[in-house]
Design a protein around this ligand. Structure first.
Ligand code: GLU
Length: 436
């Protein structure tokens, strides 16, 4: 198997990033502004807020590996546990040249909030390695993963902190993590990581779970507003695990996907793209840059493409003060983490655009990760219908709670989601109190 077959190419740095102010381009500052906004509105105890402004544990590791040419390289990696009040820390690991400590801290905070929003018994964590996996062989990636796992093994474990896939990591990477951790402790421990292949203790439905959650939550919002998803056009930015599965599930349910993009380019067809054909083409040609049956469009202005529903499913900071005014969609559903800046949020709200925030919209992934962990611990596996039905129940319930909060308090869905999650988390933090 070639590297490209298991890992998607990382997205190039967004051209617009360099023109943004520091606070708008810094994910940790954006995350803390979201926390402050919700905490003020909910009148949360300042001591609790102060605790959430700090990550519980931050581990920086150096990861030396032997490259295929015989040389040695040392990579920098992180594992950050933001909070563990509601249960073990939970969150993915990403491999990307633009990984930074502030990014990993923000992503770990969003995991804490995400798990609280859908009421999973978890805290939040995230990990990352600064590297470009598209330029590494399969063997180099395996050695990188195993050494990184060994370095962070002092803080992970099925009761402590459970990693999962994120940008540019997949089920094969999770399998290596499970194996390395198991070798270290001397017995097989599938519950240490989720998003594994089925044959290595994974759960049916986990691969599609984030895309499926995106679909459920979009359907609920459209239904709540008396509209029909089948009459709407959809644009999806990013064609990795989240974007491609969302495209597949929306298509299967009769929606028209008019535009998609990946790191190399975008495609547009106002009559609707043939998604199964496109997925097949992308697998055979390592992307859809040369797909002949649709018009090629630029990735730089992708979020401005005409559509009813825009699903950013790539990286952070795609919709900012620089382009939010030109967004045509009436609904934005955040498949990615942190794709919309706070400044963009304000512009979109004024324009009457509904944004389903990341901590609700992409929570399907961690929800089925939770199911996988429960199945591993019990050594009792569910069928796919069970997984999907339970996922639908959890996402629908969370959506209804957040939508009701947004209506009651007359706030946007992001603030409502933070209010629901923060309220739940703050209660636990207060009840547990401060040690000693
Ligand atoms: N990386 C995914 C996320 O951002 C999944 C995390 C998990 O399953 O633990 O939600």
């Amino acid at each position: 198997m070639k590297t490209q077959e298991i890992l998607q190419t990382p997205k190039k740095e967004s051209k617009s990033d360099s023109h943004l102010g520091n606070s708008e381009s810094n994910p940790w500052q954006q995350a803390m502004a979201q926390l402050d906004r919700a905490a003020t509105k909910m009148k949360i105890d300042p001591l609790v807020v102060e605790r959430l402004r700090h990550c519980k544990r931050i581990l920086t590791v150096s990861v030396p590996i032997k490259m295929d040419d015989g040389s040695f390289k040392v990579f920098e990696g992180y594992r950050v546990q933001h909070n563990i009040d509601r249960g073990p820390a939970k969150g993915g690991i990403r491999y990307h040249p633009q990984v930074s400590l502030d990014e990993v801290k923000a992503l770990s905070f969003w995991m804490t909030m995400k798990c609280a929003v859908v009421n999973l018994p978890y805290g939040g964590a995230k990990g990352g390695i600064i590297c470009d996996p598209s330029k590494m062989s399969l063997g180099e990636l395996e050695r990188l993963t195993r050494r990184y796992t060994s370095e962070i093994s002092i803080i992970i474990g099925p009761d402590k902190d459970i990693p999962a896939p994120d940008v540019n990591t997949n089920d094969q990477v999770m399998s290596w993590i499970m194996d390395t951790y198991s070798m270290t402790i001397g017995y097989s421990c599938p519950g240490v990581v989720t998003g594994k292949p089925i044959e290595a203790g994974g759960s049916l439905g986990r691969k599609e779970a984030t895309g499926r959650g995106v679909f459920y939550v979009t359907r609920e919002l459209v239904k709540a507003q008396g509209k029909d998803l089948k009459n709407m056009t959809i644009a999806i930015q990013g064609f990795g695990n989240v974007g491609s599965n969302a495209a597949k599930i929306f298509h299967e349910n009769g929606s028209k996907i008019v535009a998609v993009s990946d790191v190399n380019g975008g495609l547009y067809d106002e009559k609707g793209l043939d998604i199964p054909d496109l997925i097949k083409y992308a697998a055979e040609h390592k992307g859809f840059a040369s797909y002949p049956k649709a018009k090629a469009i630029s990735t730089d202005t992708f979020v401005e493409v005409p559509c009813d529903i825009l699903i950013p499913a790539a990286m952070e900071n795609q919709i900012t003060s620089l382009n939010a005014a030109r967004v045509k969609a009436k609904y934005i559903v955040e498949g990615a983490n942190g794709p919309t800046s706070g400044e963009a949020d304000r512009i979109l709200h004024e324009k009457g655009v509904w944004v389903i925030p990341d901590i609700l919209a992409n929570a399907g992934g961690v929800t089925v990760s939770y199911f996988e962990w429960v199945q591993d611990i019990q050594a009792y596996f569910w069928n796919e219908d069970d997984v999907n039905h339970r996922l639908q129940d959890i996402i629908t319930k969370a959506f209804k709670e957040i939508y009701a909060m947004a209506q009651k308090e007359n706030v946007d869905l992001r603030l409502a989601a933070f209010m629901v999650g923060l309220n739940r988390l703050a209660k636990t933090v207060k009840l547990r109190g401060t040690f000693p």
